[in-house]
Design a protein around this ligand. Structure first.
Ligand code: ADP
Ligand code: MG
Length: 348
């Protein structure tokens, strides 16, 4: 027999306005700069003397995420987390987001609740207010667009364009893990689809699965930089792989660089998975992406400040050179090779 309550609570019965009210009712505004959230024609914000930074991501089912192995709650969390990462990458702090969704008929209300539960969890964790959005039906699966708005003191903003010769290149954590997590999920998906013998095998790989499914933006690094009074000369987050991001910084700053292969942090679980799949770990770190660590450059005189207080591990992986020296990695064997932006291709 059909469950009456379930029918009454279906997405269709609830309708667009019912859904918006359901979302609004879960929200408690946290930030003084949020004057008006959901419920009017537009949100009202008051940044009070700060510079505002704004960033948008568009996520399409089948292109950016695969619902076969990405639970909706994780998807909601990750969608917000990676958007906030772009705000932190400006050395700013996120304060508000808007969320727009296109939902196909195959989605249940429970599925939407799961998606929003994940998004709310990320908002809670990073002190962000969900202040608006838009809702539509979709013919082609799930679409999520998130806009994040952040604030920074004007003199603390970090652009991609400020790296100077002799600056130290730093990264906030290990690389390649999210990519190896994705490779593992793809492999196990093939197993589930019966293209392979055996059962999904995830034991011992929690770390890289977490890196792929539940990335955390490095708010702690932005807090630490403020505490030790350092403004990076340039900064960005690692979403497309170290090579690609390093080339962006060099290009926009008009400089070159040397990165030491042996200094690039790679977790042992990442190495194990790479070995198993016959992929070189450094290739995963250079080209994998989605690690959402912060890549930044600092003036040499600021380097010892990182030891002045307890804080997150920061890895010095190389230095900035004149542009005509090229953008290269020095391999463990002592050879030099050009950094090449393989990244993952948005339009392949
Ligand atoms: P309009 O017709 O002016 O676009 P809507 O009915 O779409 O108004 O939106 C009403 C309010 O609900 C607005 O504050 C809007 O930002 C918010 N809103 C709509 N959809 C969502 C959503 N998916 N998530 C959060 N807020 C939403
Ligand atoms: Mg609308």
């Amino acid at each position: 027999m059909a469950d009456k309550k379930h029918i009454a609570d279906s997405l269709e019965d609830l309708g667009e306005f019912g859904l918006i009210k359901r979302i609004k009712d879960q929200i408690e505004i946290k930030n003084p700069s949020t004057i008006k959230g959901i419920g009017d024609d537009a949100a009202v914000l008051n940044p009070a003397g700060k510079h505002q930074v704004i960033t948008t991501d568009l996520l399409l089912e089948g292109i950016h995420f695969d619902l076969t192995y990405c639970p909706l709650k994780h998807l909601g969390y990750k969608a917000v987390a990676v958007n906030l990462s772009d705000i932190y990458a400006m050395n700013a702090r996120p304060k508000q987001i808007t969320v727009s969704i296109g939902v196909s008929g195959k989605f249940t209300l429970r599925a939407i609740d799961e998606l929003y539960a994940g998004m709310m969890l990320a908002c809670e964790r990073y002190g962000v207010d969900l202040v608006g959005g838009d809702t539509s039906t979709s013919l082609t699966g799930l679409t999520i667009s998130i806009t994040a708005i952040g604030e920074a003191d004007p003199d603390r903003l970090a652009y991609r364009s400020g790296a100077k010769v002799n600056d130290i290149v730093c990264v906030s954590g290990d690389l390649g893990g999210a990519y190896m997590g994705l490779q593992l999920l793809e492999r196990e998906k093939r197993v589930l689809q019966g293209h392979n013998e055996g059962r999904p095998e995830f034991d011992g790989y929690d770390y890289i699965l977490e890196r792929q499914l539940k990335p955390e933006p490095r708010a702690d690094v932005v807090d630490f930089l403020e505490k030790i009074n350092v403004v990076p000369t340039s900064m960005m987050d690692v979403s497309d792989g170290l090579s690609s991001e390093m080339l962006h910084i060099c290009e926009q700053s008009g400089v070159g660089c040397r990165i030491y292969e042996e200094k690039v942090p790679i977790d042992h679980v990442t190495r194990n998975m790479a070995d198993e799949l016959s992929i070189s770990p450094i290739v995963a770190a250079l080209n994998g992406g989605e690690d959402y660590e912060l890549l930044f450059t600092i003036d040499q005189k600021d380097y010892q400040k990182f030891q002045s207080a307890p804080g997150p591990n920061i890895y010095a992986i190389g230095y900035i050179t004149e542009a005509d020296k090229g953008r290269r990695m020095i391999t463990t064997g002592g050879d030099e090779m050009d950094l090449v932006a393989q990244g993952w291709k948005a339009f392949n």
